[in-house]
Each structure stands twice: as structure tokens, then as C-alpha cells.
Design a protein around this ligand. Structure first.
Ligand code: NAD
Ligand code: ZN
Length: 345
């Protein structure tokens, strides 16, 4: 089968012919139909310090996927051949305190599909049956391929009640745009989205933002005045990883505001703690998806909302056959894109 492999501890990837993986006990083999590229894959491609510290080549990369079950190992009872599925890419230990308490997203031994074990940028992938998420038969494959980042967006957006609230989203990458669509779906009042890229701000606007702005040229106070917001944002969803975006967010939160932080910064950075304290702002870190509450929420929201399905489709800007993977990496490297999808059929 074909697989996109990190073959050595250096920049680059190779599309190779490799043996098909077979499912062991408790595992499921999936024929991959669509995959999504994410920033993690770009780090692995470019081989930065983080990549060098976690990956032991050779390794097939990729963790955002949709496919069809073609075989199940011994002891697999709740997944069967022919089902259309995605997979939770965080594989947990099942035995640490959090796992045993049912809080698997807080497992202290989490390993990553396509990082610590062979991933989904291939014709077939094998994952533990417990990580499989079965979709309705008629789900669009492209939407299925979005479930991992859609899950990040859902986990973050639903961290605090947002109905009727004024929400600031910093960062309009694919996840920020999906969070915009979810926030609209759930019934926020005003949604303001910031990004340095005009292209991405347009995607956020299309996904339901009331107002989008580039912080390099416009300030958030002006946006608030334009909307008639007198006090400040109730909810912040940080999806850029940029320290300056966090500073702008904290400076415009209402007293008692709540901030969910998904964006990963490159380095530690200072924040205005006296503002956090005197404004009694809650800050919550978000990692991955809740297993599997987030997945239930995603499926249910998509099932009932055509506008949400449409908004998610609008996040996808590039669709390429797997052989054209270098163009896909070029697109995400440029930032002039939304979600980039590879077709393995
Ligand atoms: P992305 O890199 O495509 O998007 C980030 C966006 O932030 C870009 O469009 C960039 O232009 C914008 N940005 C940069 N500086 C900004 C600023 N000062 N103000 C406003 N916007 C600014 O990433 P993505 O795939 O959409 O993911 C969003 C973030 O979440 C990334 O930081 C990513 O590393 C992180 N992430 C975290 C998890 C987790 O589990 N915590 C999972 C996936 C991704
Ligand atoms: Zn665990």
C-alpha cells in the first residue's frame, strides 16, 4: 500500500510502497478515503525541534481521517466491516487515574496517531477499536475527515455556555473558523474573529462571524463600539497561539469573562495577571477532544444542522489526490488556505 512516511530524522517525507498493517487483538483496520492536513503534520514535515523530540523514524504520519472498516481483530465487538468511521488520534493508557475515572482526555500517558505510532496518511490504518468513531452511512467523507480538528473546535467552543454571549475568537485558522460556525450554531450574540490573514478572515465571515478584523490594522475596542458592545466579551476562544492575541483578548474581556485556550504558543510568555485577578477571568487550557463526549456533540450538531454542515464544508479550500501531497504541504505552509484534504481513493 501507499504511505506517506517520515523516513529519516530530517526535513521531508516520502510516499512509499509499504506492507499493509494488520489488526491485532482489539484493533481495527480501516481503508482510508480522505485525510486532513494539520499544523502537526507540517512540523513533522519540516522536522523542527518538537518533531525531533517526539518522532522515531520511520513513521507514517497523519491523524485526521475518514475511512471504511475492512477488518477487525480478535475481541472487537462494537465495530464491524463496512462501517464508515473516523478515529480519535489520542491513544490513552486505560490504567492511569484519569483514565480509570473516565476522563480519558486527561490521560497522562497519551500517545499520538501519526506521531508515536503509524498514522493515517496511507491506504490503510490500524487503530484500537476503542478509538473508532462510527459515522452514519451517509456522512460526506470530507466532513468525516474534519472530525479531529472539528473536535478541537467543539471542545473549546463548548467549554463554557455561549448561548446569548458575546464571543471573541482569536485566530481564523481551520479550527478558529470551525469554532465560529459552532458558536453561531449554539446561539451566541456577537462573534468577533481576529486574524492577520485577510483570506482567513473571509472564511470566518462566511462561517458566521458578525465582525472580523486584522489586529495589525484595527483594534478590538473599535469593533466593540461598532457592534454597540459597552462592556466586554463574555467568552474568549484563543485559537492562534500568539501572545499578542492573548493580550488583546484579556484586555477586552468583561469582568468574570471566561477564556478557553487552544492555540499552542512556541515559547512561554508573560500575561497581565493583575487584569486576570481583578477582573476575575477564568482561563482554561484545552487539549484534544473529550473522549467521547465531544464526538457525540459533533455528530449530533451535524445531524441536525444543514447550515453547520455547509459552514464546515466552506472551511475546506484544497482537495488533492494523495499523490499531490507536496502541493498540500505547500498550501498549509503558505497559510493561504483553510483546511487541505488529501483523497486516497
Ligand atoms: P493555524 O496555525 O492554521 O491557525 C492559527 C491562526 O492564527 C493563523 O491563521 C494565524 O494567521 C492566526 N494568528 C497569528 N497571530 C495572530 C494574532 N496576533 N491575532 C490573531 N490571529 C493570529 O492553526 P489551526 O490548525 O487552526 O489551530 C489553531 C491553534 O490551535 C494552533 O495554535 C494549533 O497549534 C493549536 N492546536 C491545539 C490543539 C490542542 O489540542 N490544544 C489541537 C490542534 C491545534
Ligand atoms: Zn491514562
Amino acid at each position: 500500500m501507499r504511505a506517506l512516511v517520515k523516513t529519516s530524522a530530517a526535513a521531508g517525507l516520502e510516499l512509499l510502497e509499504v506492507p499493509e498493517p494488520e489488526p491485532g487483538p482489539g484493533e481495527v483496520k480501516i481503508r482510508v478515503l480522505r485525510t486532513g492536513l494539520c499544523g502537526t503534520d507540517l512540523h513533522l514535515f519540516e522536522w523542527d525541534d518538537w518533531a525531533a523530540s517526539v518522532v522515531r523514524p520511520p513513521m507514517t504520519i497523519g491523524h485526521e481521517f475518514f475511512g471504511e472498516v475492512v477488518a477487525t481483530g480478535a475481541d472487537v465487538t462494537h465495530v464491524r466491516e463496512g462501517q464508515r468511521v473516523s478515529g480519535e488520534g489520542h491513544i490513552v493508557c486505560g490504567t492511569c487515574r484519569n483514565c480509570r475515572a473516565g476522563r480519558r482526555h486527561l490521560c497522562i500517558h497519551t500517545i499520538g496517531l501519526g506521531v508515536n505510532r503509524d498514522g493515517a496518511f496511507a491506504d490503510y490504518v490500524v487503530i484500537p477499536a476503542g478509538n473508532v468513531w462510527v459515522h452514519p452511512d451517509d456522512l460526506d467523507p470530507e466532513l468525516g475527515a474534519l472530525f479531529d480538528p472539528f473536535g478541537n473546535a467543539t471542545h473549546t467552543a463548548l467549554s463554557f455556555p455561549i448561548a446569548g454571549e458575546d464571543v471573541l475568537i482569536t485566530g481564523a485558522g481551520p479550527i478558529g473558523v470551525m469554532a465560529t460556525a459552532i458558536t453561531r450554531h449554539v446561539g451566541a450574540r456577537y462573534i468577533v474573529v481576529t486574524d492577520l490573514s485577510e483570506f482567513r478572515l473571509e472564511l470566518a465571515k462566511a462561517a458566521g462571524a458578525d465582525l472580523v478584523l486584522n489586529p495589525a490594522t484595527h483594534d478590538l475596542r473599535g469593533a466593540m463600539a461598532e457592534l454597540g458592545m459597552k462592556e466586554g466579551f463574555d467568552i474568549g476562544l484563543e485559537m492562534s497561539g500568539a501572545p499578542s492575541a492573548v493580550a488583546e483578548m484579556l484586555a477586552t474581556m468583561n469582568h468574570g469573562g471566561r477564556v478557553a485556550m487552544l492555540g499552542l504558543p512556541h515559547d512561554p510568555y508573560p500575561i497581565d495577571w493583575s487584569r486576570v485577578i481583578t477582573h476575575m477571568i477564568t482561563i482554561k487550557g484545552i487539549y484534544g477532544r473529550e473522549m467521547f463526549d465531544t464526538w457525540y456533540a459533533m455528530s449530533a450538531m451535524l445531524q441536525t444542522s444543514a447550515p453547520l454542515r455547509e459552514a464546515l464544508h466552506s472551511v475546506v479550500t484544497h482537495r488533492l489526490p494523495a499523490e499531490r501531497w507536496p502541493e498540500a504541504f505547500e498550501a498549509i505552509g503558505s497559510g493561504h488556505c483553510g483546511k487541505v484534504i488529501l483523497d486516497w481513493t
